[in-house]
Design a protein around this ligand. Structure first.
Ligand code: M6R
Length: 616
């Protein structure tokens, strides 16, 4: 959840690390710090509580320069967000300095062991034990690499660590143990970079190495030496070229990343469709999947696993895959899947959906599938992420970097990818006539334009309605069928950035309980597209109105009836029923965005949240 950046090379590391941390601040933002090796070979550290701007202020007041350097933004797990708990952490002589992402599960035991040897701790963190352990192995006569290996072998739990030492200048050692987020090594010319996420170092290089579980690297300006942490045996890593444009990771003309990413959806959908569907024949090609017609016919069940917004995308996917490909789909939270000992057949597939590809619960679900020897697929945005690497097949979202903590374009891109997957399986199973395939292809071809039209239609009305409703303390979101997950996603968007309590509910269930909550203080957002359950949704709107509730309806252009029933209507274009959710989610995203802006909240960095959740 924390962000890590490291630099080794001839330049001053401080501005590079600060800039990288700013690009990673979405990962965690309760404190931040950096350390460099100064010209006279000493470790200097600056740490500050709160947003990164506080660290900027501290460094302006107390400047430092040097190289190599390491930096960190923290999302607290052990110990409150204080200056002394902020990373980097070191030993009393500052021999070793480290930044860390993850949790040392046996830290109490290690802390007691070190305390018994007279070591005094300067923080409450689990991380600090790693610095002391490395230092202890150094003092026992080991070289730094061996000391790091010995120390890391003592850790239980998932961790990503970057180590710097005055005993080995011009060097960083990076290591990954388990699924505590990525460790990416960026290859420059006469300089190299380390980070937890690609965007931190994207302005400097697109050539990157991703460390796998229990791999480590000695990173020097002119070379990177990778080795297996447990054996020390070196290996030749694969170098990936990242297709993202560095400009895509900048805010540009927008006030917030979330706003930018909402408005990027027509492009993100165009990009995710690119090269995958032939618009004149309707044929779908998903190169990363390798599913033969025989395997497609034998497919018995898809178990979709995901968290948060990606989980809601999976719920939409259930409708798409069952309707188009006629494959039964079960949807699980990543955090629940492995704990219920799921029944998986040899002919099933576990499908992970994850923007980051690093969400630890989703990765654990993939591991469970692999343990049970079931085929795994992943729909993932971040190229080279762990979910992409460990799955048997991958569909990349191709949505470009998503920086805003509230996920938006990754949701719509995932839904479109699930649609493509459904078509692909149906095609391989021989379920689609040529005419069906063409109808679907045409609908998908029109989708980016419809998304653009929706953005144009709803931007100002959602802003106005945000001003009208932002004082409400509770919201109910109602939807039916394929729009029930949109109600859930709309409620999640509102709560995570506006801190207003919101619940998503299947509209038909309202009368079984939540209707008791309805009064004039609890606005209801009703998703009422003109589909096969339209009449039922209208009747639910009437039930809310009969109890003095206030209704904001999201409805199709031209629906005059709903205007007579609801207090406010947000009109969106009409799309084929299975693609309508891609449009209906957009006013939900924008409404949440404008409410949060109206409340003066930090939209891109909502309190307590982090972009990728790499701890359980
Ligand atoms: O990277 P992932 O898609 O695996 O992330 C899953 C969730 O953590 C994520 O969707 C989270 O719920 C977002 N903050 C939602 O906006």
């Amino acid at each position: 959840m924390c962000g890590i950046v490291g630099y080794v090379g001839p330049r001053d590391a401080v501005p590079i690390i600060l800039e990288g941390l700013h690009r990673l601040e979405y990962r965690g933002y309760d404190s931040a710090g950096l350390a460099v090796l100064t010209r006279n070979g000493q470790v200097e550290i600056r740490r500050e509580v709160g947003k990164l701007s506080n660290l900027d202020g501290l460094i302006a007041a107390e400047p430092l320069t040097g190289s190599p350097g390491i930096g960190h933004t923290r999302w607290a797990t052990h110990g409150k967000p204080t200056r002394y708990n902020a990373h980097p952490h070191t030993d009393p002589e500052r021999d070793v300095v480290i930044v860390h992402n993850g949790i040392v599960e046996n830290f109490l035991e290690l802390r007691e062991e070190l305390a018994a040897e007279g070591i005094r701790f300067a923080s409450d963190t689990d991380t600090e034990v790693i610095a002391h352990l490395i230092d202890r192995y150094l003092h026992a006569g080991n070289d730094l690499v061996t000391a790091v290996r010995h120390a890391l072998q003592r850790l239980e739990g998932a961790s990503a660590v970057v180590v710097m030492s005055r005993h080995m200048p011009d060097t960083l050692i990076a290591a990954r143990l388990g699924n505590a987020g990525g460790v990416v090594i960026g290859l420059g010319e006469g300089e190299n970079f380390v980070a937890s996420d690609i965007p931190a170092i994207l302005p400097y290089t697109r050539r990157m190495i991703f460390l796998e579980n229990r791999q480590a690297a000695v990173v020097e300006p002119e070379r990177v030496r990778c080795f297996h942490l447990d054996t020390g045996v070196p290996f030749q890593p694969t170098v990936h070229t990242i297709p993202w444009d560095p400009l895509a990771a900048a805010k540009g003309e927008y006030k917030h990343f979330m706003q930018k990413e909402i408005f990027e959806q027509p492009q993100a959908i165009t990009d995710t469709l690119r090269g995958r569907i032939n618009f004149t024949t309707g044929e779908v090609t998903l190169e990363g999947l390798h599913l033969s017609p025989a395997e497609a016919r034998a497919l018995t069940r898809i178990h979709a696993v995901a968290c948060g917004t990606s989980y809601y995308a999976a719920l939409v996917g259930k409708y798409l895959l069952e309707r188009i490909a006629r494959v039964p789909v079960e949807v699980d939270y990543g955090s629940e899947f492995r704990y219920r000992d799921p029944i998986l057949a040899e002919t099933d597939v576990v499908l992970a959906i994850s923007q980051s590809g690093e969400t630890v619960d989703t990765l654990a679900a993939l591991e469970e599938a692999r343990r049970k020897q079931v085929r795994t697929w992943a729909i993932v945005n971040v190229v080279g992420s762990q979910a992409a690497r460990v799955s048997d097949g991958v569909i990349y979202m191709q949505a470009g970097p998503e920086i805003g903590v509230a996920s938006t374009k990754a949701f719509t891109a995932s839904v479109v990818d699930e649609y493509l997957l459904a078509l692909y399986i149906a095609q391989q199973r021989g379920l689609l006539t040529r005419q069906d395939a063409l109808t679907h292809a045409r609908a998908l071809a029109l989708l980016p334009k419809l998304v653009g039209d929706t953005l144009a239609a709803v931007d100002s009305i959602t802003r106005e309605l945000a001003t009208k409703y932002y004082r409400a303390r509770n919201f109910l979101y109602l939807g039916r069928g394929i729009h029930y997950p949109i109600a859930l996603e709309g409620a999640l968007k509102l709560k995570e950035i506006s801190y207003i309590h919101a619940e998503g509910y299947p509209a038909g269930e309202m009368k079984h309980g939540p209707i008791a909550l309805i009064d004039e203080d609890m606005p209801v957002v009703a998703l009422v597209p003109q589909d096969h359950v339209y009449d039922k949704m209208v009747s639910q709107v009437e039930q809310v109105k009969a109890r003095d509730g206030r209704v904001i309806a999201i409805a199709n252009v031209g629906d005059e009836l709903i205007a007579q029933k609801a207090d406010d209507v947000i009109y969106i274009p009409k799309a084929p029923p299975l693609l309508q959710p891609v449009l209906s989610v957009i006013p939900c995203q924008l409404f949440a965005y404008y409410v949060a802006v109206r409340l003066g909240n930090d939209v891109d960095q909502p309190r307590n949240l982090a972009k990728s959740v790499t701890v359980e």
